[in-house]
Design a protein around this ligand. Structure first.
Ligand SMILES: Cc1cc2nc3c(=O)[nH]c(=O)nc-3n(C[C@H](O)[C@H](O)[C@H](O)COP(=O)(O)OP(=O)(O)OC[C@H]3O[C@@H](n4cnc5c(N)ncnc54)[C@H](O)[C@@H]3O)c2cc1C
Length: 458
């Protein structure tokens, strides 16, 4: 890069559209890198939501599980989540199929996982939580303390300069303007802001999405502790509608999360709650929907097209993010790549393509391909219930050390997102494991064909 005008320098201004995790992480990195380089920059984060309120418009809807890998990354950035924001400390996972369940613990014996659940907004609707529990609000305040300016205003338009050297204009609030050397799109996929960037005609197209479902059901802290013991329950039924479902303890609430193969709406939710396996662990069934907080947010299932241009970079869900698992961690990674690029290589589209886009595609989007493969094959096996049952029984009850360990580790990494999908794929479909499981797979298929069910408990 030889064009000196497309570099940040003293008094440069970075405008970040969106103060969710991706926006806050970018602000954090930009301020740190500027300090390291000895450049005085202005970072302004525009955020339309008031995360302290307990309603839908104040919440970046998600199940709110923060993985161990993210916690380690937050340590690295000296980001310490205050105790008031932590709703539950997760001990392990219970993995349910149609016939069995398996308790999953961290593959390293004796290791206590650092997984926590948080609220993204001020708590579920009508929760009346007095403390400021919002994780997103905590991050936004933190970057404000670290030097960013936070504008509680929505961005209405972004205008590219006529010449490459000119600045980008941000139009916000009632029509106020700000000139920026760099605009960071961190606006997620649950507002229409993607259209603003599409209409700039530099080639940006938002990611493809699916409608999911999240329910926060108030069951009481004691009931949840007693019944779920700080475990997350995940369900793999191999059904047509649901890719995976989970029950996550969150203080007084149990968060039900459903991600489908297609858009999820109320009938799929009711069907899930009425499922006999779910009723065994959540006997209230559809009763939990009375007086609950329910939303149908979108989740990304593909990367955005062209999430960069001269002086523009789009990060987080609106750019390139991990499908199904750990979206917040991937927002951290993508924001880091993007921030590092603008300081090291500059603000040109060529720099952003090499330093941000290509690595993020390799690290996150290509890995999503393996994620889709894993969920597809797993769904297929789960739909042949006798096959899954035989395989789980063989792996666990016979306690063949190598097989049980590999299976546990792969399932743990799949449900927690602690490894890349490629690594999970390699673990789950390791030739030695598949070869060992071949006889029981054939037995299961035969049983399935003949309609013979074997009763057993893991
Ligand atoms: C069902 C479901 C469950 C999930 N569970 C988890 C989980 O357990 N763990 C996990 O890590 N991830 C989870 N995710 C994914 C996670 O929620 C996202 O990956 C993460 O929120 C992405 O962060 P972001 O900052 O890119 O976008 P967002 O969190 O969507 O933030 C975007 C922000 O931009 C603001 N904004 C938008 N337009 C404008 C504008 N014009 N002006 C100003 N501000 C604007 C919005 O108000 C919002 O605050 C889940 C997602 C879904 C759908």
């Amino acid at each position: 890069m030889t064009d000196k005008k497309l570099f940040l320098k003293d008094d440069s201004c970075i405008a970040i559209v969106g103060g969710g995790p991706a926006g806050s992480f970018f602000a954090n990195f930009a301020l740190r890198l500027a300090r390291l380089k000895g450049i005085k920059i202005h970072v302004t984060v525009f955020e339309g939501r008031d995360f302290t309120r307990a309603d839908h418009s104040a919440c970046n809807m998600s199940v709110g599980v923060l993985s161990e890998r993210l916690m380690e990354k937050l340590d690295w950035q000296e980001i310490v989540i205050p105790q008031r924001c932590i709703q539950s400390e997760i001990q392990g996972y219970q993995f349910f199929t149609l016939d069995d369940y398996v308790s999953l613990e961290h593959p390293k014996a004796g290791h206590k996982p650092r997984i926590v659940s948080v609220f993204r907004g001020g708590g579920p609707v009508r929760s009346n939580i007095k403390e400021d529990v919002s994780f997103d609000h905590f991050l936004l305040r933190l970057v404000e303390e670290r030097g960013a300016e936070v504008m509680k205003q929505g961005v209405r338009e972004v205008v590219l300069p006529k010449h490459r050297e000119g600045k980008v204009t941000i139009i916000f609030g009632k029509g106020d303007e700000l000139e920026a050397d760099l605009v960071v799109g961190a606006f997620g996929v649950n507002t229409p802001t993607g259209d603003i960037f599409t209409k700039m005609h530099f080639g940006y197209t938002p990611p493809k999405t699916l409608k999911t479902c999240i329910v926060d059901a108030r069951l009481g802290r004691d009931f949840i502790r007693e019944n779920y013991k700080n475990n997350i329950y995940v369900f793999a039924f191999g059904t047509e509608e649901i890719e995976f479902a989970s029950l996550t303890p969150k203080g007084d609430y149990l968060t039900i999360g459903l991600v489908g193969k297609r858009d999820i709406s109320t009938p799929e939710l009711r069907k899930f709650l009425n499922h006999p396996v779910v009723k065994k662990v959540l006997p209230q069934g559809t009763e939990v929907l009375k007086d609950c907080c329910i939303c149908f947010p979108k989740i990304t299932v593909s990367p955005a097209s062209q999430p960069y241009w001269d002086r523009i970079v789009v990060v987080g869900d609106a750019g390139i993010s991990r499908s199904y698992k750990n979206g917040i961690e991937s927002a951290f990674v993508a924001s880091y790549l993007a921030a590092n690029t603008v300081f090291e290589r500059g603000l040109s589209k060529e720099a952003l393509q090499e330093g941000y886009y290509k690595p993020a595609i390799k690290l996150i989007a290509r890995d999503n391909f393996y994620g889709k493969l894993v969920f597809k094959v797993f769904g297929l096996i789960s739909s042949q219930r006798q096959v899954l049952s035989e395989r789980l029984y063989y792996a666990y009850s016979r306690r063949e050390k190598w097989i049980a360990e590999r299976f546990t580790s792969a399932l743990w990494n799949l449900v927690t997102g602690d490894s890349s999908y490629k690594e999970v794929f390699q673990e789950l479909f390791h030739p030695r494991l598949q070869f060992a499981l071949l006889p029981v797979t054939l037995e299961g298929l035969l049983r399935q064909f003949l309609g013979i069910k074997k009763e057993r408990k893991l």
